[in-house]
Design a protein around this ligand. Sequence first.
Ligand SMILES: *[C@@H]1O[C@H](CO)[C@@H](O)[C@H](O)[C@H]1NC(C)=O
Ligand SMILES: *[C@@H]1O[C@H](CO)[C@@H](O)[C@H](O)[C@H]1NC(C)=O
Length: 380
Amino acid sequence: MDQLWLVAGLMFVLQAREGHAQIEPLVYDEQLLWVSGGAGEVNTYRIPLLTFTSRGSLLAFAEARKHSSGDIGAKFIALRRSADKGATWSPTYFIVDDGSMADGLNLGSVVVDEETGSVMLIYSLCFHLYQCSPSSTMLVESLDDGLTWSAPRNLSIQLGVKSFAPGPGFGIQKRYDPSAGRLVVCGHGNIEGDGVFCILSDDHGRTWKNGAALKSIPYNQPKQNLDFNPDECQPVELQDGSIVINVRNQNNYHCRCRMVVRSLDGGETLPVEELVFDHTLVDPVVAAGTLQKEGVMYFSNPANSQHRVNMTLRWSLTDGRSWESEALQIWQGPSGYSSMTTLVGNSVEDKKYIFVIYEKGHREYIETISIAKIHLYGGR
Ligand SMILES: *[C@@H]1O[C@H](CO)[C@@H](O)[C@H](O)[C@H]1NC(C)=O
Ligand SMILES: *[C@@H]1O[C@H](CO)[C@@H](O)[C@H](O)[C@H]1NC(C)=O
């Protein structure tokens, strides 16, 4: 029996080296992490984020909106933690409480520093400037794998005051040059001053500076339908060291599909020459998930040009230049924001799974937040 498993394992490794032709994702397990409208102090859970820590835990975060489902209003940041690769989850901890702010916190980007093991969560306060000013970019940090969290630190002191909503999703730590080791967190501005903006740290999150910008047109002016308006986004690093950012196309400029832009200098610039529109990635204007694992790019969104329904996983063997024709439908009903992560490690198990966390409902997508464990090789 052991020998058979060994042979199976070896074949798996050989196949994986030869290429990715056998990628055949299926939903292996699915659990609801949060249900809105329940008892207690929370009206609605939204904006799920997910990461895998360098010590091997999964951390899931969401906005716990206290009084309504709206983007403004007071909130907690909710966290659930899994120390057994997603089999079981801790109860919900509220790690940040914004009190009773009229325009409270908004998530957010989670970024793990592999060298220090630190997990940082960056979010905004007063993003919409509704009955408050200015907007602040805040950071909380855990040095013990998500068990305890620092008091919030105000990054606007270093970055300057500006409406900046990180993510939603994860930030990256560059593995390849240029700027290996750098933390890169990208997000967007407020609707008039919208665009994709990245902030960078070269000292493990101690100090941050402003990096690349891809500004909306007309910038800092009211927008019309079909204007150029890059919004919520998710960066990933390719093996050549470039950063690809998959972006919400807020005003449906050029297509009802995703914008993709690339930085060749470690997140310092986003040249317009590197901007493309991915017509395969049809999108209803939403935050979507992107992930790079072992040379394969994955993309999750509600794949429908009009409505937030049909949560779908796609995969690309060409770093997103083309997509395989098959796709995995994760949920046909109402589906909203999504984010992904992967196990990292050398065991066969670690190579087999990715996780998609997403807003899922029967009548409305804001009813629950669900996490799907995806087996990449058809259950083999
Ligand atoms: C964060 O720092 C900025 C710049 O100093 C300041 O204007 C803002 O009020 C601070 N925000 C918070 C929540 O303390
Ligand atoms: C769901 O997504 C798939 C893959 O993109 C697509 O073929 C299908 O038409 C979509 N269905 C709906 C109802 O949006």
